[in-house]
Design a protein around this ligand. Structure first.
Ligand code: ATP
Ligand code: MG
Ligand code: MG
Ligand code: MG
Length: 436
């Protein structure tokens, strides 16, 4: 992409409405614009990052054996009346009427919808087990939408649902998602720690929230410091093998949000305990027959008995993750994107647009890099050098390549690593090889 043509409305000043750094930087880097409270439009730069995150989430769901579907945003109230949640859900649910005066709603989550699909299509033990997911916009009329897309009203969520014949099998599904989440967040360049979460009236120990440590997080968290050093399962993990040892290891040390924290842990763990704040980016939950029973989602087993399906649901806040990543990775100059989600890998700066040699070299590099699959943003504008550097730092691409008349004489470019700040001179004819 050429910056002179790109729709990237960056801001020099800090917008006054933004209280936390990720919100400020997303506005300043031209990623989002507010439509109304908690509802945002995604501009090209923001959308690129959103799509990258979505794709990593998708790949790890697929790897774990989950199958992608797409359910609607608008659901009939009748579904929620069957589960009993229509009245319980309260004011967070946006309720709508269609022209025939039928009650509809904008889905805050999809347990009812997916349970209904499985109820209609699966009758026998031969259809089990199943894990299904979708990545779809949700609406929750939050009392206090704030921090930009971090607590939006409209937001993008990945939600998976598992269906099994018995508890043991359901627990295997839970473990698959547990491991898939470890891998997903790791690939996104963040440390998200699984913490024991409330199971409410359902009970049991199969509910974990995944939290990213950040000062601006809304939850207090208490973590055994060694958890931060645990290894992430590799890409070759066998999802059909026994995942229990991995889950056991990750849950062996203390990790709790303020809701579940026990003060006794403080004396027990001493200086091994880290008290911090965290952002909830994922939540996995086994809830047994909570929806299958009232909604009649049963299958017949080998002996012809009707079995209520055991279910779990597994959410990831795809749009919230952008905020969490920025909270965890920025400096005074702006965003520092982890390579895996960066909107472009390389920011190519033409220091002297209009200079024939600079223009020619940049045009060739730009086309060679793109041809080699290196996503490149070329700053071909007429801004001052200082403004170009500041802008590149703000939008946070992992690499900056600077082409100027002086370096050109020696056939070199200056390459800066956004994260470390390190600069080195590299021969122009070696640049494509360095980045591809
Ligand atoms: P929170 O405690 O932050 O309100 P939640 O527990 O209500 O979140 P879940 O129902 O567990 O959320 O939904 C799954 C995931 O969706 C959450 O872990 C979070 O990452 C994301 N999410 C929930 N609410 C919002 C929101 N208002 N804006 C952005 N993402 C959200
Ligand atoms: Mg909530
Ligand atoms: Mg929560
Ligand atoms: Mg939750």
């Amino acid at each position: 992409m050429r910056l002179s043509q790109y729709f990237l409305p960056t801001l020099k000043e800090n917008p006054s409405e933004a209280q936390i750094v990720s919100h400020r930087l997303m506005l300043r880097a031209g990623m989002i614009r507010q439509s109304s409270a908690g509802i945002y439009s995604w501009l090209p730069m923001g959308l690129r990052v959103l799509r990258k995150i979505e794709q990593i989430v998708r790949e790890e769901q697929d790897r774990a054996g989950c199958q992608e579907v797409l359910m609607p945003t608008i659901q009939p109230a009748e579904l929620w009346q069957r589960s009993g949640r229509y009245d319980d859900y309260g004011k967070e649910m946006l309720r709508i009427k269609d022209r025939h005066d039928r009650d509809m709603l904008y889905g805050p989550t999809n347990e009812e919808q997916i349970t209904d699909i499985v109820k209609m299509e699966c009758q026998s033990y031969k259809d089990m087990p199943k894990m299904l997911y979708h990545i779809q916009w949700k609406f929750r009329d939050e009392v206090r939408p704030r921090f930009g897309i971090m607590r939006g009203r409209e937001f993008l969520m990945k939600d998976s649902y598992s269906f099994d014949m018995d508890y043991e099998s359901s627990k295997r599904a839970y473990n698959k998602m547990f491991v898939a989440y470890l891998r997903t967040f790791d690939r996104l360049g963040i440390k998200a720690i699984p913490m024991r979460a409330d199971t409410g009236p359902i009970g049991g120990d199969l509910s974990h929230e995944f939290l990213v440590l950040a000062e601006t997080g809304e939850s207090g968290v208490f973590v055994h410091k060694d958890v931060l050093e645990f290894d992430i399962p590799g890409e070759d993990i066998d999802y059909n093998g026994d995942l229990q040892p991995i889950v056991d290891k990750w849950t062996s040390l203390y990790a709790a949000t303020d809701e579940k924290h026990e003060e006794s842990a403080e004396a027990e763990l001493g200086d091994k305990l880290l008290a911090a704040r965290g952002i909830e980016v994922g939540h996995i939950f086994h809830f047994g027959t909570k929806y299958s029973k009232p909604m009649g989602a049963t299958v017949t087993d080998k002996d012809g008995n009707e079995i209520d399906l055991q279910m779990g649901s597994y959410g990831i806040g795809v749009s919230r993750l952008i905020g969490a990543i920025i909270e965890a990775s920025h400096d005074d100059g702006g965003i520092i994107w982890p390579e895996s989600v960066a909107p472009f890998s390389v920011g190519l700066i033409n220091l002297k647009s209009g200079d024939a040699d600079c223009d020619k070299t940049c045009a060739k590099l730009y086309s060679d890099l793109n041809a080699a699959g290196v996503e490149t943003l070329l700053d071909d504008t007429n801004e001052r050098a200082g403004a170009k550097f500041n802008n590149m730092d703000l939008i946070g691409l992992p690499w900056q390549v600077v082409i100027g008349p002086r370096g050109l004489k020696n056939g070199v470019a200056e390459v800066k690593n956004r994260k470390s700040g390190e600069k080195e001179e590299i021969a122009i004819d070696q640049l494509v090889a360095k980045f591809s």
